[in-house]
Design a protein around this ligand. Structure first.
Ligand code: AMP
Length: 420
């Protein structure tokens, strides 16, 4: 039979690579939980309209990256694998009636996302993201808090990145900015790339983050120069709070979002040691118009998402790859015939130590080999003599030295003493 292989852009995460993903995820969880965020788990499959309405018909995600198919129900509902977390979280927030019962919500999620991109290093078709969303708060302190959370994660992981921030204004001041960019694009029409010529009428603000016309856009209008007073004040407060929190930032006027529901603060995390094709670690900002765009009431919101594989690549580039979790604490080497070893192993596990044993009556030599291979710190030896005497042998496999004999009822104390 021919062997079946995984699909392109999809990865198996076995042992250390899966543990590395979990390591980043649990660092993130422990920090957001300290800030009082609650977990949300949302479906991986949703109606395609959800993403069309929230990411926008002209976004790369909706235009070319979604896995879309017709369900086999009567209505042949068109569904999509989620390419990002925010739309589902917002839908769930509205659908659960939280906008009415308890509009202020602080939620976090973590899980796989799917985008049909051209696979390469750091760019996969299934990848992992975690993110947070805060609903019902319009104040600058809230923008600053979500940014500070990622700063705490940076410190916890020893991660290095450049944090870039901008403000794109709101429904009041953005039309003027949009018009200024449009006029700039018109005046330089001949120099625009084909994509930007296309975008100019539909979505001129996106000219600013064009990857091709970088030099030209250096002279383009800057959103910060067009902010109305309330937006200027908000942006100033966010920056003051970041300074007070010791967060280093770089203002990047090219950091914009093309969709109207994004307001005010936008930011991005750029991995400093990574190639530009995969140096985006994540980003976020305010989206005060999204809840309404998906059918809820006007509700301010701010959020962010980061890619876990990218964080791991950044750590690897710094030489700060997370250590695999410590191996087993102990391995029971049994040549007494089963029951005593079984009970001893169970008692050690109940005391909270990680312990394994060999089951198939192999020779002591083979069992010691298995103990070494398992990476366990200690071998706990139980043979007919030990069983008769009510003792066990303990040997430190990492440090070497002689095997010690101790009364069996002292084993848990001995493990505490040795393993701390
Ligand atoms: P985005 O929603 O496009 O801003 O993505 C947020 C983050 O998810 C990015 O900054 C990356 O860290 C990560 N990400 C996005 N697409 C991929 C992908 N195809 N493979 C791996 N990570 C990705």
């Amino acid at each position: 039979m021919p062997q079946l292989t995984r699909l392109r852009g999809f990865q198996d995460q076995i042992g250390p690579s899966a543990e590395a993903l979990s390591y980043v995820e649990s660092a993130f969880r422990s920090i957001v939980e300290l800030h009082g965020f609650r977990e949300i788990r949302i479906p991986i499959l949703e109606r395609v309209e959800l993403y069309q309405r929230s990411s926008g018909e002209t976004s790369d995600i909706v235009e070319k990256q979604m896995y879309v198919f017709a369900d086999r129900d009567e209505a042949e509902t068109i569904v999509a694998l989620r390419p990002e977390g925010t739309p589902g979280v917002v839908r769930a927030y509205i659908e659960a009636g939280l906008d009415r019962s308890d509009p202020e919500q602080r939620l976090y999620y973590s899980g796989p996302m799917f985008r049909r991109e051209r696979p390469q290093k750091g760019r996969y078709r299934q990848f992992y993201q975690f993110g947070i969303e805060v609903f019902g708060r319009a104040d600058a302190a809230c923008d600053a808090e979500v940014i500070l959370i990622i700063d705490e994660l940076r410190r916890k992981l020893g991660l290095e990145f450049r944090f870039e921030i901008n403000s794109i204004g709101d429904g009041n001041c953005r039309p003027q900015f949009r018009e200024a960019v449009y006029n700039f694009g018109k005046a330089h029409y001949d120099q625009l790339c084909a994509d930007c010529k296309n975008r100019l009428e539909r979505n001129p603000i996106r000219l600013l983050d064009c990857k091709t016309d970088v030099a030209l856009m250096a002279d383009a209008p800057k959103s910060a120069d067009y902010l109305c007073d309330p937006c200027k004040k908000h942006f100033g407060q966010v920056k003051d709070l970041l300074k007070a929190g010791g967060v280093e930032y770089v203002e990047n006027p090219r950091l914009v979002r093309g969709l109207d529901y994004y307001t005010r603060t936008t930011f991005e995390y750029v991995g400093t040691g990574l190639e530009s094709a995969q140096n985006a670690l994540g980003g976020g900002g305010r989206y005060d118009g999204l809840v309404a765009a998906l059918g809820g009431p006007d509700t301010p919101a701010v959020g962010l998402a980061l890619g876990i594989e990218r964080i791991l690549l950044a750590l690897e580039a710094e030489g700060a790859t997370p250590a695999s979790p410590a191996p087993l604490d102990a391995f029971v080497v049994d040549f007494a015939g089963g029951e005593a070893a079984r009970d001893l192993t169970a008692a050690i596990r109940r005391a909270g130590f990680r312990v394994d044993r060999s089951f198939d009556g192999r020779s002591p030599k083979a069992q010691f080999k298995a103990a070494d291979r398992s990476g366990a710190r200690l071998a706990i030896v139980i043979g007919p003599d030990e069983r008769a005497a009510g003792t066990v042998g303990v040997k430190d496999l990492h440090e070497g030295g002689d095997q010690e004999t101790i009364p069996v009822e002292k084993i848990v104390d001995d493990l505490h003493r040795r393993l701390g």
